[in-house]
Design a protein around this ligand. Sequence first.
Ligand code: DON
Length: 432
Amino acid sequence: MRSVIPDYLTEALGDVESDSSGVQAGYIPELAAADPERLGAVFATVDGKVYGAGDVDTEFTIQSISKPFAYALALADRGFDPVLAKVGVEPSGEAFNQISLESDTGRPLNPMINAGAITTHALAGSEDLDPAARVERVVTGLSAFAGRRLEIDEAVCVSEMEHAHRNLAIAHMLRSHGVLTEDPEAVVDGYTRQCAVLVTVRDLAMMAATLANRGVNPLSGEQVVREPVVRQVLSVMLTCGMYDAAGDWATQVGIPAKSGVAGGLIGALPGQIGIATFSPRLDQHGNSVRGVSLFERISSDMGMHVMQVPPPARAVVRSNHVVGSGPNAVRVLQLQGGIGFSGAEKVVREAVDTAPAEVGVALDLTMVYSIDDVARRMLLEVVRRLSLDGHEVFLVDPESVVPDPDPGDGGRVTVVGNVDQAVIPPHRTARR
Ligand code: DON
């Protein structure tokens, strides 16, 4: 059978193909000359499957889509506080190249507008790097997100530098406020090189999938940045990634995203998928016209909005029953599914409401496929409290979904492979 996904993507491209509104970025002559008819879309799943349609292997420059990744590198290399001291996280509601800084501190409002991105470029790598080494740090980092070595398009870089007066003005302002401490012209040159990194829409989808996959590239397996960095980057993408269209985007599409003036657009749906589109004509915000339409359609067709409330999960407590009889009776709470806070709360409630009379209590995790950290801690606290109440507590956990369970102060638990092994020792057949 042929997969349905490339066919869906082909159909979606067909729907937007005839829209010729918008224009290529005119302020970079090399981009103005790009073929406006190019059109491609790729899905990359968090386990590394790539589906594409249209121009998936055409190279173009990454432009502003480099910004969230350079921000991730700065956070990873310098730490959160030093970066936040220099670049805020507030949506600006302004154009990407607006000359605007926070009035009291001179900080750029966020890392997605040019002022923030120029500052962020200077924060990637350690403080003592020279400009060429900093660019190399950024290109190596972007390459790790993509899972292959990326290169700079020198022609686009030169073309943009010839007209970079606005970014130079922003950089000089940043320098006058002491936000930048380096030579402003060298930083703009480095930032422009960062924007001129060549990618395909396939690379972009993989970079987005790395964000969706907690910072681990789905194909290379490399942990490019840690999870807290990814959370920060995705939050900023959702609130600021589409500039002065960010509110419309957050409500109508609801996928953390970033656009670039060469026509690329990425979205990262946490835990699920990286999406990228390519179409060079831009709207008045500098976002790809057909890319925005594709994302609107994909989000609505696939229910991919991050604020979409998931359907109610099947009950986490599958059954609450007793096995055995008399003093050997064991109360079994059989759990199922993936357990997070709300599932663990149901288990807590069940244990409290049942107030088991039996000495033995077993939490049966045989049908549980995942348990997050907060749920693990809550279940172990249930175990601890039950054992302090005098119960003999068993964890039926044949696949170690809770590895090395430690219920903490005064708690005791016996891990077994199935419910039949939940046998109360003879000296414990009465509650203490
Ligand atoms: O700073 C600039 O002007 C460009 N090199 C990048 C701008 C960009 O891609 C804006 N996003 N849509």
